[in-house]
Design a protein around this ligand. Sequence first.
Ligand SMILES: Cc1ncc(COP(=O)(O)O)c(C=O)c1O
Length: 428
Amino acid sequence: MYNYRNSEQLLERALKTIPLGSQTFSKSKTQYPHGVSPYFIQKGKGSRVWDVDGNEYVDYINSLAAITLGHQDPDVDSAVKAQIEEDVLFSLPHPIEMQVAEKLVELVPCAEKVRFGKNGSDATAGAIRLARAFTKRDHVAVCGYHGWQDWYIGSTSRNLGIPEAVQDLTHKFIFNNIESLEHVFANHPKKIAAVILEPMNIEEPHPGFLEAVKELAHHHGALLIFDETITGFRYSTGGAQQLFNVTPDLATFGKGLANGYPLSVLVGSSEVMSLMEEVFFSFTFGGETVSLAAALATLNKLQREPVIDTLQNQGTKIIQALSNIIKDECASDFLHVSGHPSWSFFSMADCQGISHWNLKTLFLQEMFARGILTLGTHNMSYSHCDEDVNLLIKAYEEVIPLIVNAVRQGRVDNLLRCAPIEPLFKVR
Ligand SMILES: Cc1ncc(COP(=O)(O)O)c(C=O)c1O
């Protein structure tokens, strides 16, 4: 049985200086049931990470999907070390900015011009500001999660501190439901600057859906932005836009772009992106070279080696095995698997009066104890080998019957060694 004593002591100490003990909601104690979870990771290598108690895990969170190659990828590490020899940040641009920009233009269908940020939120906020400047309109239509900044997060239940005037400018629509987007346009005629969405997350786009979104946006004079913060460099080397063959006006990338180094990017047509010469999108760490070196090494590896195919193949094995287990347990009324093989989701619904939060708590407790780091997603990396996949499937073979039995017996509290986790907020 894993013990988490060092993690818990460090959490107690961290909470004295750091609200929530973490920089990121999804890495915080809100997501990890106390008593059965690690709170701090010490190191990672390939597909594995080790927590501060020395427990080893196969990592299926992969730094919130930022790791696509694996921890400490040797090609990325040597590019980073070489870059550090030249130093990290300068008072003028370093040529590597241009090299990564050129690589992105080569890879991504909509990319003619490129600007870099650090977090995905920089790129999405930049895209929205640019779209507003380009169309001279203020309102936006959103679908999914697009980052921490006011323009977006004001539209969620985590809207503390966001002025109402800003919240009023963002309107939600529903994925695969073109009527919901038509309503947004009908309710705000000639006001919508941009439609932003992930081309896919849980659900595949219905045939013609993305094309219809593009047509509708353009018909109403709005720009189409694909938020490819996760899908980019997971679904294909040119992003989901290449896979689904729909080219947006602008697209944002982050996460796996630099295999864990802090880099995001806004790309798009020359026509629109040229206005970035006037729009204020400018910060001290823009052009920081170590992350750009990591990105170049990552993108070169994506082109050179079967990274995307591996994510796809290993992820498909997981989806198939998990679907079979759910079917064999006759549990498809409340257990689901969805998403793309490179980024798929195991999810639970309320059942027999038991909240899915309680079921998820049981799930996490049991998966961590079996050496699997997951929050329910399978964020695949190139390092996931057959043994890693088999360990995950074996854990599912043991844990799903436990969840199913709990539901059949109408209680889960007798199996939990911790208090259940609570909802953070739901956007997907
Ligand atoms: C689709 C999408 N867009 C934007 C973001 C924001 O990226 P970041 O957290 O790097 O600011 C995320 C982060 O999870 C995301 O998944």
